[in-house]
Design a protein around this ligand. Sequence first.
Ligand SMILES: [Zn+2]
Length: 125
Amino acid sequence: MAKKSTKDRKRLLTNLDQVNAELEHLRTMMQGEVDVELDEGDTEIVEREKTAALIVVLERRQRDIEHALRVIDLGQYGVCERCGAQIPPARLEVKPDATLCLDCQREIEAINRRGRITRAASSRW
Ligand SMILES: [Zn+2]
């Protein structure tokens, strides 16, 4: 059990590193573009909005991974936080930051979808 969670932690930390690197890159891009005169037309603004949306998605993923790391510390990793069911290892393989079983995840996504106007960004992950 302890060995397994070490492996899971390592994988999550690797994922977190990737997300952090991507975020840093995108934020640098956003900062760079602020200095540019905004007379280059709409594409500039569209690109900025796309980058901003991606940053939001990555920030959420960052929170999910950090949360999953805390769950590992509590020894609760691999157990659904909502219903207490075991999360199938195959699901954790695909989404190591998952702290909900697929059924609960779907239910929560359905609830969120009803309350959200744009979900284009969230469907990317
Ligand atoms: Zn569940």
